[in-house]
Design a protein around this ligand. Structure first.
Ligand code: PHE
Length: 465
């Protein structure tokens, strides 16, 4: 396996894995989910779920990867369970699907750097026109995919690790700068109150459901992204503490992103917090309006910085999404890495085209797809693919990975791998709680999540409300 390469340092691995986790999910998804889920009550559920359930699943994925030094498909085979490799295959498909639409959104964000830098805040009102201009936004998407490709092409330590070590600290500094700025605006405190003071009367089944799905997606779990990254981790590393740090970093950055966005909404709304529940349009419509209200060159600087940081966050996630099918192609299909990278990136870009067309350009791809949303079935292609990949495959994959590790591969093997590089692990409280979570909590809760999704999104049977 000497030629396979790998992360050169513990910090490099943690930066790359945290980079995978921190993405559009944190800075775009988390705030809008909090806004729709009624604020802080959502945050509490999200945090519980991250630590009780996601952290153990993450450690398990990394352990399976490191033990086998394989992609998600080969990993099951290498452990002697070829009949489980379908779980890995499902993960590869999810990786391809997620990247296909993730890149579309990243492309929009990339284009917004240009719009903000040129002071075009009016883009907020023309977002529909913007997404309809498929040549333009498709071009931005192509540039984004090329950037992802160029990083992945340079390999694990020379590409992914290097990029993460550069981008992650920059991202953190930029977000903190933005937080400080937004806290100085009038009515910032109303935003913070909305964000941080829980109102548990707003909790209902669908808030809990959304918080769980959001946490799982945000931590890049359920599709083998961390099996893949784990396969490049040194045997001396402490997986348990690394997983804890990655979870903390992801949760921390999502949390700080909220500290940046809700004060801005407080400012814009004059304290009423109207617009906080703006949904997916929050970042592309509401925020540019706010930057426009700030106005002039300061507005342009703040707006440009925001979209630059969003793109940095997205890039460290897209490279991890691309690495999954690439590692698979190299390990299993014996394709040379350089070729595999271009091949997969090309396929994924093509798969993403209907998602690109589904925002006004093509009537068919904008409305003809069936997933549940309140009040009707019709939706755009991107939301349809997200329903399949994020909401269906990830919980199912996570459920299967946890069940497999605890009950098929067996806990003692999992523990043995986790103990490598973690001297105090065996017999510790963390071990007991991780074992309990992976054996029972994760398979059951993720299994329920999967079933609820299938019923709601594909049959419109809504048990929770
Ligand atoms: N976690 C990333 C985000 O929050 C998305 C992602 C999901 C990346 C699954 C890799 C695998 O944006």
């Amino acid at each position: 396996m000497a030629t396979r390469g790998g992360f050169s340092s513990r910090l490099g691995f943690i930066a790359a894995a945290a980079g995978s986790a921190v993405g559009l999910g944190n800075i775009w998804g988390f705030p809008f989910e909090v806004g729709q889920g009624g604020g802080a009550a959502f945050v509490v559920i999200y945090l519980l779920f991250c630590f009780l359930l996601c952290f153990p699943v993450m450690a398990t994925e990394i352990a399976i990867g490191r033990k086998t030094e394989r992609n998600p498909v080969g990993a099951f085979t290498a452990l002697g369970y070829k009949n489980w490799s379908w779980v890995g295959k499902m993960g590869i498909v999810a990786g391809i699907l997620i990247l296909s639409f993730y890149n579309v959104i990243a492309g929009w964000a990339f284009g917004y750097i240009v719009e903000m830098a040129s002071g075009n805040f009016g883009i907020a009102e023309q977002f529909g026109e913007y997404t309809k201009n498929v040549i333009k936004v498709g071009g931005y998407g192509l540039i984004f995919m090329l950037s992802t490709t160029l990083v992945v092409k340079r390999g694990i330590s020379g590409g992914i690790e290097k990029a993460a070590k550069l981008l992650m600290p920059t991202l953190i500094i930029m977000i903190l700068g933005m937080v400080i700025y937004s806290l100085t605006l009038p009515n910032a405190m109303d935003g913070l109150k909305f964000y941080l003071v829980p109102d548990f009367s707003k909790l209902n089944g669908s808030v809990i459901y959304n918080a769980m799905g959001q946490a799982f997606f945000s931590l890049s779990l359920g599709m083998g992204a961390l099996i893949t990254y784990g396969s490049y981790v040194n045997r001396k590393e402490n997986i348990v503490s690394a997983a804890a740090l990655i979870t903390l970093a992801d949760v921390g950055i999502a949390f700080i992103a909220g500290m940046m966005i809700f004060p801005l909404i407080g400012f814009m709304s004059g304290g009423t917090m109207e617009g906080a529940a703006g949904g997916p349009g929050l970042i592309f419509v509401t925020l540019p309006q706010i930057f426009g209200t700030i106005g002039g060159s300061l507005g342009a600087i703040v707006g440009t910085s925001f979209f630059v940081l969003l793109c940095f966050a997205a890039l460290t996630s897209t490279v991890s999404l691309l690495e999954v099918p690439v590692t698979y192609a190299v390990d299993e299909l014996k394709i040379r890495r350089g070729r595999a990278v271009w091949l997969m990136a090309g396929i994924i870009f093509l798969v993403g085209i209907p998602s690109l067309l589904g925002f006004g350009y093509s009537e068919f791809f904008s409305t003809a797809f069936k997933t549940f949303k309140p009040g009707g079935f019709d939706t755009d292609f991107l939301s349809f693919i997200a329903s399949i990949a994020n909401d269906t495959i990830l919980p199912l994959g996570g459920c299967m990975i946890a069940f497999f590790a605890a009950h098929v591969w067996k806990k003692h093997n999992l523990n043995e791998e986790l103990a490598q590089g973690a001297p105090g692990y065996m017999g510790s409280f963390v071990q007991k709680y991780l074992n309990f979570s992976v054996s029972y909590l994760a398979p059951v809760i993720l299994g329920v999540l999967f079933i609820l999704t299938v019923l709601s999104k594909f049959f419109n049977i809504n048990i929770i409300s």
